[in-house]
Design a protein around this ligand. Sequence first.
Ligand code: 5AD
Ligand code: SF4
Length: 436
Amino acid sequence: MSSPKKLFIKTYGCQMNVYDSERMAEAMGNEGYLLTEVQEEADMVLLNTCHIREKASEKLYSDLGRLKPLKAAKPDLKIGVAGCVAQAEGAEILKRMPLVDLVVGPQSYHRLPEMARAPEKTVDTEFPVEDKFDLLPERKAPRGPSAFLTVQEGCDKFCAFCVVPYTRGAEVSRPVGRILDEARKLVERGVRDITLLGQNVNAYHGEGPGGAWTLARLIRALAEINGLARIRYTTSHPNDMDDDLVAAHGDLPALMPYLHLPVQSGSDRILKAMNRKHTAESYLRLVERIRAARPDILLSSDFIVGFPGETDRDFADTMDLIRAVGFGQAFSFKYSARPGTPAAEKDPVEAAIADARLQELQALITTQQRAAQLAMVGREVGVLYDKPGRLPGQLVGKSDHLHAVFVEDAQGKVGDLVRVRIVASSSNSLAAERIG
Ligand code: 5AD
Ligand code: SF4
């Protein structure tokens, strides 16, 4: 028997890509490919790309350039490009990088095995009517107690800076039955913590018994699954946080007290130019409602600085909003003009100004993140162990609030959900002692 072929996958960008890479690995597993962490020993290299900012997208080309010697040494090596750059650039990638064998967009992953078998170069960036997840093989046992589950893809919001509506297409929700099935199977295989994924996850409107279900209704049904201890969802748009979803944060112990809720800017003028369709004030009111339902919730957000037309005043409004909310963490980016998006037509903010604003914003967020961590010291929280620590007898896990927590626990093991008391905070993690 010939030895199994080896597949190396590099995943760029968001959690949706992490989920997709797992599903592609499983599909290729059925073709006899084993995953490898060593690129040099691979028979196939798959780059699952991100198009969200220019830097992310350019990384593909530098990584492809670095693959040239390997392809020269191993002419049979298959090189595939998946993800959002594949969708956006399609056959252009083959022109620019002749070493690439196949280009597959996010809606066509069920076709990957067949494309990998084809002797000629192939490109598939269609938006087919069928659900690729139905056509992909069933989920295998995940590696740890936590798993992602994609429930929704695409976006109809068309924020002026964003490529997602073009690369991932219109909003599509998976049916309720399929999601509940997949969740139950994950739990049977040892998963205790599921993060529901979607580019606009709280716009979920999948078909279920009685018609279209909201995300809140889906989460309420998931919370009934025995053994599923923790549920999270990401990424949400503020305008889709309906009353029932806010209430669910108060009602459901399994819905974890952590919410990523991108606001992008604190200036109404810029929010309007971004086509966000909410204001700083409406965001602040929403945060109040969420905190009324779940007072200890930790909020996270995304910010863009240097959006075309952003003045010092606009930036000051963003800093004010950050001070008013108090985030547990946040991701912030310098605006990057993306071809084909409306904002790309506008005059950019001077790079040095945008850089300075980004630094200032990140310093404030770091202060808030440290304060949020420090406020945990002395408190009792749940921790789900997901890996061994560096020291013997130490385990690392995620707290309810998604902090990384180190615990000395010689009796514990990966997959245990334990009660701890937080005893110390360092820059990016907490230390705790087990109490139950
Ligand atoms: N430039 C900079 N940041 C962007 N994001 C999306 N598009 C751009 C862009 N063109 C950020 C937003 C979004 C996150 C995933 O990436 O903050 O919420
Ligand atoms: Fe992009 Fe999110 Fe806006 Fe949709 S809601 S266009 S994914 S930033």
